[in-house]
Design a protein around this ligand. Structure first.
Ligand code: SAM
Length: 282
């Protein structure tokens, strides 16, 4: 087979993989997803070995070590969740939430609008992060107001495009000062090669010297995005995460790993662990 045919075949397979992924996401149900992943036992604030308190602890540390800062924070693939920016919103004055799906952007806008019709009550999350910050739990409403005031926009995003954000997104020319992304890249990519490409694409949104805080699933081959909605995931291990970051030119600051206790394996995915990465773009 000559090179041209090989390349065309590869491109056609890549296109099919992407189309299949987009088709899977058409069934994504924000309320069900929140119920599966963001209620006990996965979000049990009385248990330090519960997934959500572990993630919130990692984010709190990353944002309070003094090296992450600047003006603009972008959360890549926010989904219908806000937990991942509860620490960052105290450090940055301008924050962009992003997602591929309009249903998720609507869910985020509902919470931002404060009309009390969100699919999940984020109050325990806000209280928990206030506690981590040494504030009284009753400061949670101040934190909610702070987050609402710093979110500049909820944008559409496609990490498979070399320019993932709309051209009119109001990002600084040099890029954002920090990116957060949780459970996005591995769960929207048909294979490791496209995960790597997506990591490269989002890197173009970050200024040199800026930080990437990446949270993701280890050993996961699927998750449920709603009843009967099985979404394939690229199963990653720690070595692959480090290799992908290196290939995209990041300097790894820290990698932390959480292993799921048996009772967190609740049948909505086959995840075995979670990684948290703090990395810097040179
Ligand atoms: C597993 S969810 C993660 C949501 C949230 N960040 C969290 O921590 O739970 C994956 C998210 O990626 C979004 N997504 C799907 N395709 C995408 C794409 N091509 N580019 C960016 N995000 C995408 C989905 O809409 C979904 O909200």
């Amino acid at each position: 087979m000559d090179q041209k045919v090989k390349t065309e075949r590869k491109e056609s397979e890549q296109k099919k993989g992407m189309e299949a992924m987009v088709a899977c996401y058409q069934g994504f149900d924000p309320a069900a997803y929140l119920q599966y992943n963001y209620t006990p036992p996965r979000a049990d604030f009385d248990r330090p070995d519960s997934i959500v308190p572990w993630k919130l602890g990692c984010l709190h540390r990353a944002f309070t070590e003094g090296d992450v800062g600047g003006g603009v924070l972008v959360d890549v693939g926010s989904g219908p969740t806000i937990y991942q920016v509860l620490s960052g919103c105290e450090v940055f004055d301008k924050l962009f939430l992003t997602d591929f799906l309009e249903v998720n952007r609507q869910e985020l806008r509902r919470w931002l609008g404060g009309e009390g019709c969100s699919s999940l009550d984020w109050t325990p999350y806000l209280k928990h992060v206030c506690k981590l910050e040494g504030r009284r739990p009753s400061a949670w409403s101040e934190k909610a107001a702070r987050l609402r005031s710093v979110v500049s926009d909820v944008l559409s995003i496609d990490v498979h495009r070399p320019n993932p954000l709309p051209l009119d997104a109001q990002l600084p020319a040099a890029g954002a000062d920090c990116l957060v992304s949780s459970f996005c890249l591995e769960s929207v990519s048909p294979d490791l090669a496209s995960f790597d490409r997506a990591l490269g694409h989002i890197g173009s949104l970050l200024r040199p010297g800026g930080h990437l805080l990446l949270i993701g699933a280890l050993g996961e081959s699927y998750y449920m995005g709603g009843p009967g909605v099985r979404i394939p995931v690229v199963p990653l291990d720690e070595a692959q995460v480090c290799a992908s970051l290196k290939a995209s030119g990041y300097t790894l600051v820290r990698l932390e790993v959480y292993t799921l206790p048996q009772d967190m394996r609740v049948g909505v995915d086959d995840v075995t662990g979670v990684f948290f990465v703090k990395a810097r773009k040179p």
